[in-house]
Unconditional design. Structure first.
Length: 132
């Protein structure tokens, strides 16, 4: 993970899946890099895994309200900001544009915080072309 302002690497994770690697990075951010309560604003490409990792590390199981089954799954919390920038490709696999998709947070706030590209991700995150 790269800091948006300084472009310094603030964490890295090596694992079999992107979710596991993201969990490793997020544990470092939570325990050692000053984000104990909520994740830092995050931008990624559309490969996935990051959403699930955020929920696993910072999510909370909602309080039981006395009706139905008690909740067991962790849920995202207020104040999170996460944007995915999905690449649009033509029939030859070339990138023809991008589409921002706000995963967590108010759309206006999140889009105002990030530029509409994956430059911070692409520098250190290997990608594989897909037929989307």
């Amino acid at each position: 993970m790269i800091d948006i302002d300084t472009r310094l690497r603030v964490g890295r994770g090596i694992a079999k899946t992107e979710t596991e690697a993201s969990e490793e990075v997020f544990r470092t951010l939570r325990q050692k890099r000053g984000h104990p309560e909520i994740p830092p604003p995050t931008i990624s490409d559309g490969w996935g895994g990051i959403r699930d990792a955020m929920v696993q590390i910072w999510g909370k199981v909602p309080e039981y309200k006395g009706r139905g089954r008690p909740p067991e799954k962790k849920r995202p919390q207020e104040g999170w900001k996460y944007l995915q920038v999905i690449k649009k490709r033509n029939e030859k696999g070339r990138v023809t544009g991008t589409k921002p998709e706000v995963i967590f947070g108010e759309e206006e706030d999140v889009l105002g915080l990030f530029e509409n590209h994956t430059a911070y991700v692409e520098r250190t995150h290997p990608g594989v072309a897909t037929d989307e």
